[in-house]
Design a binder for this molecule. Sequence first.
Ligand SMILES: *[C@@H]1O[C@H](CO)[C@@H](O)[C@H](O)[C@H]1NC(C)=O
Length: 137
Amino acid sequence: MINFVFLLVCLPITVLTFECENKPDGVYDAGCKSFIKCEDGKGEGFECDEHTVYNAVIQACDDPKNVAAPCGNMINCSDKPDGHYPDLDQRCHSYYTCNGGSFFGHNFCPTGLVYHQEIEVCDYPHSVPKPCGLLDP
Ligand SMILES: *[C@@H]1O[C@H](CO)[C@@H](O)[C@H](O)[C@H]1NC(C)=O
């Protein structure tokens, strides 16, 4: 019984076989705070700790000051209501999260989509008001 419990604890944080199927071995970012390492079609997920973000150049967690925007761009959320906000400097292909005055990092929209703040999803640019999308406000 003790051995069984020990085995469970020793498994990788997450085994993400699906994410790695048909992908070459390598490291894939999964937002600014985590990444997936694929090997032989099997994946292992890694979370960066509180004060670091994923740096695609070195394929590891790093100090935000070494990482390009948006991931390295820490936002001061102290005056912002809880919610998600588009990264205007990334033409809204990513967005960031504030909660309780704390910054919860950036996330990317799927390719070709931009962040639609009113309905809080990534959406087609032709459905999203300016400045993120193409609709006249
Ligand atoms: C964030 O903004 C607030 C209010 O403008 C300011 O008092 C605080 O020092 C800022 N924090 C950082 C880490 O810049």
